[in-house]
Design a protein around this ligand. Structure first.
Ligand SMILES: Nc1ncnc2c1ncn2[C@@H]1O[C@H](COP(=O)(O)OP(=O)(O)OP(=O)(O)O)[C@@H](O)[C@H]1O
Length: 478
């Protein structure tokens, strides 16, 4: 680019912004709150050229994330100490803009213009920095060019999750974290999964796979409860079960007492027939859990773009409540659909697994996706799943950071129950009683650690999964 072009950009720098479009957009949002989420998905407070309008936008988004309606009057208490608010006569301007809004949310022309001008301002700022570096004779031309390249591509794409550093700086970031608490989600109640998968870190995609009936949902619910109890913001996206069905499972899991082995059976809650004392116990469990950061979304099927929007929205919602969304659980992967129709289910699952991984990275959360395995697993004498069982499931095997298979021998043994009262039945019942609660966690892939196996327990009656150390708490061995 020539010097003249640089000068032109510098000269126009101060005029790159449209305060009128920004005010009009805020007016539209205040006039009709239904467009706030959609706008917040694309726009950030720093995209406004008038800093006060950016701050107003941030408050609007926060209020909407907390489920409150917002207008020019309810906004003003948040700006009592903001001198710009008074000096710019913002209360009146925003009220006028809201009154003049169309009402039917159509902010796209304003939004597009604000975004485009924001990009231009960032280009100007980036180029100015590169120009200063070019004048610095101590910097090599190669370094300046690669810096220019990286700066421009990040500015223009605003690639979420992009982080460019030198190798030494990356190591420096690791060293700075020495001695700090480990980042990542642990559930605390299923020790074997915590050990096998390690803390689930932002950007990781963890696949929990198994045949139907292996207690995938139960494992995910128990994990989610443990994670939320440990303070990790968790979003459970249920594409199979309704929120109420999950609520019943959560109730039974919460009431389950590991040390005593007692609780309120899931079926009692499912059928809405608890006794008085059970009702009391469920109510107490609800109260003790009411502050825990666990959000549930249930819907029948979901496109990838919708899931991404959902994650962004809940991230904002939790941030507005002073929490951090750290874990998203999706039950289950094959019920997600790509945004565009694909030629085969192999391609569709590949696309979904790639997008889940991208979403985890760009949103800075760990995503645990449950996955159904095909029947072929059961055709082997040893029905424990292996990594190759994911081969017909698109690129999951490649994209996943961690793969944990669930296996319950009891599920198959139960199906082989002989006729009651016979001697075979007696032998069978002894064997079944031994393994009834066993659940195996087979970690077949872990990008940042070793693979391995662990033994846990599935309390089917309470839909609760716990680590194998449960027996240690009772002085017994597994
Ligand atoms: N009262 C009970 N006692 C013991 N096991 C039970 C009881 N109720 C349900 N189960 C078992 O729990 C399992 C279902 O658990 P869950 O729904 O978590 O599994 P899943 O792997 O998610 O299954 P799916 O893929 O079919 O939804 C089944 O194997 C079922 O037999």
């Amino acid at each position: 680019m020539s010097d003249i072009a640089f000068q032109e950009i510098e000269l126009s720098d101060l005029s790159i912004g449209s305060p009128r479009a920004e005010l009009a957009l805020l007016g539209e949002l205040l006039g009709d709150n239904s467009g706030i989420d959609m706008t917040a998905d694309r726009l950030m407070p720093e995209d406004f050229s008038v800093p006060l309008y950016g701050r107003v936008f941030a408050v609007i988004v926060r209020e909407a994330s907390l489920g409150r309606s917002v207008n020019a009057i309810t906004l003003s208490p948040y700006f009592r100490d903001d001198r710009d608010f008074e000096e710019l006569d913002a209360q009146r301007r925003l009220s006028d803009a809201a009154r003049d809004s169309i009402g039917d949310y159509r902010p796209t022309p304003y939004l597009d213009q604000i975004l485009s001008l924001s990009k231009r301002r960032r280009i100007v700022a980036g180029l100015s920095r590169i120009q200063a570096e070019a004048r610095n004779l101590e910097m090599s031309v190669d370094d300046i060019l690669s810096e220019a390249d990286a700066t421009l591509s990040t500015i223009v794409d605003r690639a979420e999750g992009t982080h460019e550093v030198t190798g030494a700086d990356a190591l420096g970031e690791v060293i700075a974290e020495f001695g700090l608490p480990v980042v990542g989600v642990r559930c605390g109640t299923i020790g074997q999964i915590d050990d096998l998968a390690g803390p689930l870190r932002p950007g990781q995609m963890v696949i929990v796979a198994g045949r139907p009936g292996m207690a995938k949902t139960a494992t995910a619910v128990s994990y989610a409860i443990g994670a939320a109890r440990a303070g990790h913001g968790t979003l459970f996206v249920s594409l199979e079960m309704s929120a109420k069905e999950l609520g019943a499972r959560i109730g039974s899991d919460l009431c389950f007492d590991v040390a005593q082995g007692t609780g309120v059976p899931f079926e009692v809650i499912r059928d809405r027939r608890p006794s008085v004392s059970q009702t009391l116990r469920i109510r107490e469990a609800r109260v003790s859990f009411s502050d825990m950061p666990l959000q549930i979304v249930d819907r029948g099927g979901c496109k990838m773009a919708t899931l991404e929007t959902m994650i962004r929205r809940h991230k904002r919602k939790m941030a507005a409540a002073g929490r951090k969304l750290e874990l998203v659980i999706v039950d289950y992967l094959q019920l997600l659909s790509p945004d565009q129709p694909m030629r085969s289910s192999y391609e569709a699952v590949s696309e979904i697994s790639k997008r889940i991984k991208q979403a985890a990275k760009s949103q800075g959360v760990a995503i645990m996706a449950l996955a159904q395995l095909s029947r072929s697993v059961e055709q082997r004498p040893d029905r424990r799943p292996q990594l190759s069982d994911l081969r017909d499931s698109g690129q999951i095997e490649q994209d996943a950071d961690t793969v944990i298979f669930l296996y319950r021998e009891a599920y198959y043994t139960k199906k082989e129950e002989p006729k009651r009262g016979t001697s075979e039945w007696y032998d069978w019942s002894v064997k079944y009683a031994e393994i009834e609660r066993h659940i195996e966690f087979i970690c077949a892939k872990r990008r940042d650690g070793a693979e391995g196996r662990g033994a846990g327990l599935f309390f089917g009656e309470f839909m609760a999964v716990r680590g194998g150390d449960y027996y240690e708490t009772r002085g017994e061995s597994l």
